[in-house]
Every structure is written in structure tokens, then in C-alpha cells.
Write a protein that binds this ligand. Structure first.
Ligand code: HEC
Ligand code: HEC
Length: 443
């Protein structure tokens, strides 16, 4: 009896311990940074509430949070940024998750109108559906389409005989609500990235980012990083892009405003108009939230931005020395730049140069965003990969459209400027590859 009780107690303690580890990992991206004063803490909590609040369609008695849509993907930021972690390819079975969105555009021509749009907006929206497929609409406004994605296996052989299988995504839009797409429509999927360390990324100076640029590959290493230069609706001039998969947003506030209008249909100081195109009559006629000037007012946009800027950066696991060396010797760190010294206090370790790189045909989606071509992507920061994976659970989603189930698959998709690094990785001994993968998995 006594032994039984002891075993029971030990099991409970163990389960409790596991539970508290899981809880703390689930909370890791949600906590406020240390050192906020009372007013700042209040602003953090306010921003958090607007990030989590479900918006409702107009007209409604709830004037405080109406104005959703008319076309939208989700009614709250947190639906796509669950626990501030990364989005998922599928919600359940083969049903695509709402955090997996589809962008639409058409190729630009030489007309002055298109050239002006490229400068101010970065791409030419699809004429009927606009810039993003909305999978939801308010009452009386048909949604635009649903997305399906299926995968084809691609087998990869390592020089030493080992094998890996990648999954090549095949995207399909179904239930098109407004007729056929433009014949040249470019359909591009994007998965929501984890919202980690974003305020720290903003503290890196433009000069620090530009220091790694080598547009014409003068040093001849096969890598020609280029900063994206994007139109800012905040300063009305061209700025360095830092956020999103193609670095098309210059600041966190700007990206939050872009998200509000394109993902939720919330007008705001940077985007005063709804996303309806001239061909979407129901959308144009839908009632507007008329209590405030914008659905998402200036103080609310600023509160959300404050919240995202002031999230704590959790710790990483201890790194394995061999992995660190291999990350460098295979050339990963040429793009995934480990560290930056910030003027405030400390150095940070995001593992990104925040520059655009041509990653080859395999990853290309043909979509231009400002200076980013159809095959160029921003090096994504690798910090907190461990926690991102833990929060995601079973289904991992690396790369811009979540096609890679492991870090290894993500590397094997690297091409273009990263071909050399990939080849060096593939030529490592099995145990060395394992050390390198362990290093990235534990970041
Ligand atoms: C429908 C899903 C969805 C909703 C709702 C949504 N997001 Fe996102 N978010 C995304 C996707 C997808 C991306 C990647 C976009 C890209 O790279 O082009 C993203 C990117 C971001 C980024 C850039 C992160 C980085 O590291 O570059 C920020 C910041 C962000 N979202 C904030 C917000 C805020 C604030 C809201 C609410 C106002 C919001 N999002 C609502 C899907 C969503
Ligand atoms: C030429 C620059 C470059 C080099 C070299 C490079 N990468 Fe990348 N890496 C990128 C870019 C750009 C992406 C995003 C591609 C995409 O999403 O389509 C990426 C994506 C990744 C991802 C997925 C991250 C995420 O958030 O989904 C991992 C993991 C990764 N790289 C690890 C490595 C490792 C390990 C090496 C060395 C073997 C390496 N990379 C070498 C530029 C580079």
C-alpha cells in the first residue's frame, strides 16, 4: 500500500512537473518584458485586449468593437497568432487553417499607374478579388474563396545514401465567389510567423542592416543580400522593410495596421478604406462602423503596437558547441546573422540579416513585394525555434507557406543563393548533420 502511494505520488509530481513545463512554454511568448512601469503595463494590457478581442460586424450595439469586414479572414488577431506562436497549414483533417492566408496579385506592366502602385503598395492587386483572399464575409457579403492544399512527395538523396522526403504544396482556390480570377493571377500562400522579439528587431538600426547588404555580390561568396525598400504610410517616404516574409513592412505599427485592414477588414489611420474592389458591390454597400472615424482608432493601433513591442523574449536552451561551429562553417550564419549590439543595454541573437535573398525556383511564388522579386525572401529569424516548435505541438510548419515539417526539410528546400550552404550541409557526416539540426532545434 505504502509503495503504491509513493508510486502514485511520484507519478503525480512528475505529471505536475510536465504540466508546469508545458504551461510555461505555452506562456513564453505572452509575457510582458521586464521593467515596464505602471503606465506602460496598463498600455501593454490594453494592447493585449485589442489583440485578443473578437470584432463584430456593423451595425451593432457594441460600438466599441464593431467594423469587422465586410470581407475578412478572422475576427481577431489572436486566431491567427495563437499564443503569439506560428500559424498552421491545416486546422483539422485537410481543412486549411485561417492563419494560412492567400495573397493575390497580377504582373505589373509599364504603365504609369502600375509603376505608381508598385512604388506605393509594392504589388498590383488582382482586379476582382484584391490583395488577399477573404475566406469570410459579413451578412449579405459573399466570401471570396476557400483554399485547398495538397502535397506531392519529393525524395531527396544525401551523398552518403541517407534519404529525406519533402512535400511540394499544390494550392487550389475553390468556391470562387466573384467569378474567375485574372488569367495571370499570382496566388501566394503565407503562414503567420511567431510574434517574437519584434520590438528588439525594431531597435536594430538601418545602418546595421545595410552593413550586410552585398547587392552585386562583390565579395563573390554567391550571396547577395538586399534590403527591401518599401513605401511607408507613416512617414510618406521609402524606408527599409523589416517585417513579413518578404520584408514588406517597415515598422511594427505599420504591419499591425496592414494586418488589421487586410486580415480583418478594420480600417485604421494608415488604411482609411475597406478592402472591397470596384467589382464587389455587396461589399461596397455593406454598413460601416460609424461611431469612430476608423474601425481601429489611433490609440488602439498604438496600444496593439505597444503590446507587440514589449513582449518578453524568453530564454533559449543551451547550445551545443559542435552545432555552433557547423552553423558557421556551412555558411548558415552568412544569412542567419547571429547577433546585433543594440544601443540599449544588450546584444540580441535573432539569427537573421533581415535582407532579401533569391532562394531559387523551388521556393519561388512569383509574387513581387516592393523590391522583393518572385523568388526572393527575407531571411527569417531563427531565434526561439525550440519554443515555436513546442507551442505548435505535432504539426510543425517551417518556411513561408509551412511546407517543411522539420528544420531538416526547411534546409533541403534552400536553393539559389543558399545552394552552397545546402550542399555543404548535405555533404556533412550524419552525426555532424545531427549536431547542426540539434543546434537550430534548440535555439
Ligand atoms: C487571418 C490570419 C491573420 C490575422 C487575423 C492576423 N494576422 Fe498577423 N500575420 C498573418 C500572416 C499570414 C502573416 C505573414 C504575412 C506576410 O509575411 O506577408 C502575419 C504577420 C504579422 C506580423 C509580422 C511578423 C514578422 O515577424 O514579420 C505582425 C506584427 C502581425 N502579423 C500582427 C498582427 C496583428 C496586430 C493582427 C491583428 C490586428 C494580426 N496580425 C492579425 C496572419 C494573420
Ligand atoms: C542565402 C541565405 C541563406 C542561407 C545561406 C541559409 N538560409 Fe535559411 N533561410 C533563408 C531564407 C531567405 C529563408 C526563408 C525561405 C522561405 O520561407 O521560403 C530561410 C529559412 C530557413 C529556415 C526556416 C525558418 C522558418 O521560420 O520557417 C530554417 C530552419 C533555416 N533557414 C535554416 C538554415 C540553416 C541551418 C542554414 C545552413 C545550412 C541556412 N538556413 C542557410 C536564407 C538562408
Amino acid at each position: 500500500m505504502k509503495i503504491r502511494n509513493t508510486i502514485f505520488l511520484v507519478v503525480c509530481l512528475f505529471a505536475g512537473h510536465a504540466l508546469s513545463i508545458n504551461n510555461s512554454i505555452n506562456q513564453s511568448f505572452l509575457l510582458p518584458a521586464k521593467g515596464l512601469d505602471n503606465d506602460q503595463f496598463d498600455q501593454f494590457i490594453l494592447g493585449k485586449s485589442f489583440f485578443r478581442i473578437p470584432w463584430v460586424e456593423s451595425p451593432t450595439a457594441t460600438t466599441a468593437r464593431d467594423g469587422l469586414g465586410p470581407l475578412f479572414n478572422s475576427n481577431t488577431c489572436v486566431n491567427c497568432h495563437n499564443k503569439n506562436g506560428r500559424g498552421k497549414v491545416y486546422d483539422h483533417d485537410q481543412v486549411v487553417d485561417r492563419s494560412h492566408v492567400v495573397r493575390l496579385s497580377i504582373p505589373a506592366n509599364d504603365s504609369e499607374k502600375h509603376q505608381q502602385l508598385l512604388k506605393m503598395q509594392g504589388f498590383i492587386a488582382e482586379p476582382t478579388y484584391g490583395a488577399q483572399v477573404s475566406v469570410n464575409g459579413v451578412s449579405g457579403v459573399p466570401y471570396e474563396a476557400k483554399m485547398e492544399v495538397e502535397y506531392t512527395d519529393v525524395n531527396i538523396n544525401y551523398p552518403n545514401g541517407a534519404q529525406a522526403t519533402l512535400q511540394q504544396p499544390n494550392l487550389k482556390l475553390t468556391n470562387l465567389g466573384y467569378g474567375a480570377l485574372h488569367p495571370q493571377a499570382i496566388v501566394a500562400a503565407r503562414i503567420a510567423p511567431a510574434l517574437v522579439g519584434l520590438g528588439l528587431i525594431e531597435q536594430i538600426t538601418d545602418e546595421q542592416i545595410l552593413a550586410h547588404e552585398d547587392v552585386d555580390d562583390i565579395n563573390g561568396d554567391g550571396i547577395s543580400g538586399k534590403a527591401n525598400r518599401v513605401w511607408s504610410l507613416e512617414t510618406n517616404k521609402t524606408e527599409i522593410g523589416r517585417y513579413t516574409w518578404k520584408a514588406s513592412a517597415p515598422t511594427l505599427r505599420h504591419q499591425s495596421a496592414n494586418a488589421a485592414v487586410s486580415d480583418m477588414g478594420l480600417t485604421n489611420p494608415l488604411h482609411p478604406n475597406e478592402t472591397c474592389t470596384s467589382k464587389q458591390t455587396e461589399c461596397l454597400k455593406a454598413p460601416k462602423g460609424d461611431y469612430f472615424e476608423f474601425d481601429l482608432t489611433e490609440p488602439r493601433l498604438n496600444a496593439i503596437t505597444f503590446y507587440l513591442s514589449n513582449l518578453a523574449l524568453p530564454s533559449s536552451k543551451k547550445s551545443n558547441k559542435k552545432g555552433v561551429q557547423l552553423f558557421e562553417s556551412t555558411g548558415c550564419s552568412d544569412c542567419h546573422q547571429p547577433s546585433y549590439q543594440l544601443s540599449s543595454v544588450k546584444s540580441i541573437h535573432p539569427y537573421s540579416d533581415f535582407l532579401l535573398h533569391d532562394m531559387g525556383k523551388g521556393l519561388a511564388d512569383g509574387r513581387q513585394e516592393f523590391l522583393a522579386s518572385g523568388s526572393e525572401w527575407r531571411t527569417p529569424p531563427l531565434w526561439k525555434t525550440y519554443r515555436v516548435s513546442q507551442i505548435l505541438g505535432k504539426q510543425k510548419n517551417f518556411l513561408h507557406d509551412g511546407r517543411a515539417r522539420t528544420v531538416e526539410e526547411a534546409i533541403l528546400w534552400h536553393g539559389g543563393e543558399a545552394s552552397k550552404a545546402k550542399a555543404l550541409f548535405m555533404n556533412l557526416r550524419q552525426d555532424q548533420r545531427a549536431e547542426l539540426l540539434k543546434f537550430v532545434d534548440n535555439l
